[in-house]
Design a protein around this ligand. Structure first.
Ligand code: IVH
Length: 720
């Protein structure tokens, strides 16, 4: 390759890899498969080796992917927003060289044998766990600190979250060293992952792409109590050699297991390439039956003296390598295509497949996303299609086998009318999905809205699919407000209802009247308003009347509310039938105000809209919570109605200028704190408004809800 062409490609690859690394580690929403990513990284490595004149210390080949919100030092405001304190690693947290080729494993072994000629050594073969890396510090036997890998040099302090992971001991036993580090992986087992995604899909929240993203996202939740419910587990696989005094890796891990730490049990010591290959072959199959995701095998030189001889590159040890498995695929026949209508009217094509075994589960259905995707695949009923799972809950169709096509098979016709109610479908230009516009008459949409309203995270009313179906079929309920008019007499007249069931249902209906406003708002099922957005909106406006009167601009003042959500909210309240339903629900006794009052600390800031800018002694999110907890409102832009600008270090110059122009006072953090009543514990407001009590400070770095990406395949998909 010409030098100039190489430079262009190198720059291009660095950019692609940086962008995808951010999507993988920070957003937990990768858009490229691991395999594609690794191939591009290997191409860059080859080019950099061939053209060393283009070396750069910033190249992705020299840096480990960072899970920090921003590169260190790049943007302090964004770091504060992240909500986790960043702390340095005692020893850098490196990555592993990887390959998909057995030939390269043979080369690794040959190289090690050559370098270590005359030295007796062995290989520790282990599973490569597909989760998110963690570094634990134990002092005097007690868990003292847990850091994410971050950028390898410093990581996010997630200690409080890690304390909620069931198999991580708080206290060790036996002859543990007084102060040491141990590293491993936080994993979300498939069962927990499936349950979490089912819940998220029922709530129209974006499901996690795979257990790895789910584990990484869950570890960075702001509320440790929520972490406790995510079903995470930990497996440990590395004690930095500097941290303890052992002769080999396996001895260190065996000791750690004796101290009560969860150490990987699938490790084997191998002595030559034959044993290594046997280990790989075994786990290539056996891993399909493990309860958690693995994406390869790690081969490490076991003796620490030998490890020292081999040393490190900038990014990874020379004494270890990962052999990665390719994502599993299956090929099966497409039997038919269903078109599902969700509660917002979106129509999703779903493929019915001849059942096929894939990653330990029997796959019968797969999403086809939308009409464009079907056209792109050029798919026909009767085709043999490739399905991939790679840990995702909803298998994807990734391609077709053209050799298998039946002659004369015609392309499927996407319905022009709603498969449920027959109304002609519509499609907005910017959307990839077709919609049934018959919101008030389409049975699927009506039932979907009722189901959403009664769901656990919404009003938590004891009614499932069957009950909703019954209510709909008998005409007892078409809108949520109808539910509150149902009498015991009416229930008992329905098939299969006994006295006890009726009472339990009515009691849950009664209890729902205590559900806080933010959940009621979520239950209304406004498009794009998921749980977290509803919380933010409810807290911001306080009650439904203020919200109903809000303009798009006012809605946009809320963090994480963008144009799409704002428009959707305004449209919702513009419809007389929605206002009428709210009036009926209010008359039934549901709560439409009082958002955030349960956590009020004082009313020192009542009636004041305060805009904050810069960095404070606590995160910006916590600062906003502090304002609301004392009765104030946190605004995002300075306007005539701003009471004052609370300025930390490095406040935004634009905001300062605007304050000067409008004559709005600018107040320091100290002055602000002086306005608040004395706290019992002056330790800091982060204690006083611990998110456990005030609510989640910030959504996790993964997209929790909000506008679904155009063409998203997840909206209201009820596949299983
Ligand atoms: S050892 C200095 N062992 O894979 C080497 N890593 O792609 C430290 N991983 O960052 C890592 N299973 O998060 C090691 N058995 C295992 C592993 C493992 C999974 C992860 C780890 C690492 C990444 C590299």
């Amino acid at each position: 390759m010409q030098e100039q062409a190489a430079k262009i490609r190198i720059d291009e690859l660095r950019e692609i890899l940086r962008e995808n690394s951010r999507r993988y580690y920070v957003d937990n929403a990768p858009t490229m498969s691991d395999y594609e990513f690794d191939q591009l990284m290997h191409e860059l490595e080859r080019l950099e080796a061939e053209f060393p004149q283009f070396d750069s210390p910033d190249s992705p080949t020299r840096r480990v992917g960072s899970d920090l919100d921003t590169p260190v030092g790049a943007n302090a405001e964004s770091q504060a927003r992240q909500g986790f304190v960043q702390r340095p690693h005692r020893y850098p947290m490196l990555s592993l060289g990887n390959t998909y080729s057995i030939g390269e494993i043979e080369e690794f072994v040959a190289r090690a044998e050559k370098t270590l000629e005359g030295v007796r050594f062995s290989y520790s073969c282990e599973l490569k766990f597909d989760g998110t890396a963690i570094c634990l510090t134990y002092r005097n036997g007690r868990l003292a600190q847990a850091l994410t890998r971050g950028d390898g040099v410093q990581g996010d302090d997630v200690t409080e979250n890690v304390r909620r992971i069931a198999n991580i001991p708080q206290q060790l036993k036996g002859d543990y060293p007084p102060d040491f580090e141990i590293r491993g992986e936080i994993l979300m087992p498939y069962a927990a992952f499936d349950a979490l995604n089912r819940e998220r899909e029922a709530q129209e929240e974006a499901p996690f792409a795979n257990p790895r993203n789910a584990a990484a996202g869950s570890l960075k939740l702001i509320d440790p109590e929520e972490v406790a419910h995510r079903g995470l587990i930990c497996t440990l696989y590395h004690v930095p050699a500097e941290s303890v005094d052992f002769a080999s890796h396996s001895e260190a891990l065996d000791a750690a297991a004796r101290w009560g730490l969860p150490v990987s049990e699938e490790r084997r010591l191998c002595h030559d390439i034959g044993e290594i290959k046997a280990y790989i072959d075994h786990w290539d199959q056996a891993r399909k039956f493990l309860p958690y995701a693995t994406d390869g095998i790690v081969i490490k030189i076991n003796e620490l003296a030998a490890q020292r001889t081999l040393g490190y590159t900038a990014k990874s040890p020379r004494w270890a390598v990962a052999y990665k498995f390719k994502a599993e695929q299956a090929c099966t026949e497409l039997l038919s295509i269903d078109y599902q209508v969700g509660r917002t009217g979106a129509v999703t094509p779903v493929a019915n497949l001849a059942p096929v075994q894939l990653s330990g589960t029997l796959v019968k259905r797969a999403t086809l996303n939308n009409a464009d995707q079907m056209a792109l695949l050029d798919i026909r009923v009767g085709d043999w299609v490739y399905v991939e799972k790679g840990g995702e809950i909803i298998p994807k169709i990734t391609g077709i086998d053209p050799a298998h096509r039946t002659k004369g098979a015609k392309p499927p016709v996407f319905p022009s009318v709603c498969p449920d109610c027959g109304t002609p479908l519509v499609k907005a230009e910017a959307e990839a999905k077709w919609f049934c516009p018959n919101q008030d008459g389409c049975p699927m949409q009506i039932k979907g809205r009722l189901l959403h309203f009664v769901s656990r995270k919404a009003m938590d009313i004891l009614a499932g699919d069957m009950t909703v179906e019954q209510f709909f079929a008998t005409g007892l309920a078409r809108t949520p407000a109808d539910l509150y008019d149902i009498s015991k007499y009416q229930l008992l007249s329905l098939e299969g209802w006994q006295d006890k069931a009726a009472e339990r249902f009515l009691a849950s209906l009664e209890a729902s009247k205590q559900v806080p406003f933010e959940r009621v708002l979520f239950a209304l099922g406004i498009r794009y308003v998921g749980e977290t957005t509803a919380k933010g909106i409810a807290r911001h406006f306080g009650d439904i009347d203020t919200l109903a009167a809000a303009t798009q601009e006012q809605l946009l003042e809320i963090d994480d509310v963008g144009e799409v959500i704002a428009r959707s909210v305004v449209d919702f309240f513009a419809k007389p039938e929605h206002l009428e339903m709210i009036a009926r629900l209010r008359a039934a006794g549901l709560r439409f105000d009082g958002a955030g009052q349960e956590s009020a600390l004082s009313d020192a800031l009542a009636g004041k809209t305060i805009v904050i800018s810069g960095n404070f002694s606590i995160s910006r999110e916590r600062m906003k919570e502090l304002i609301t907890a004392h009765g104030g409102k946190a605004g995002s832009s300075v306007s005539g109605s701003t009471a004052f600008l609370l300025a930390g270090t490095k406040p935004g110059p634009e905001k300062l200028k605007k304050c000067e122009k409008l004559g709005i006072p600018v107040i320091s953090e100290d002055d602000f704190r002086a306005m608040l009543p004395e706290e019992p514990d002056r330790q800091g407001p982060s204690e006083a408004v611990h998110p456990d009590r005030v609510g989640r400070a910030k959504r996790s770095p993964i997209a929790e809800e909000g506008p679904l990406p155009v063409g998203s395949n997840i909206e209201e998909l009820t596949l299983f």
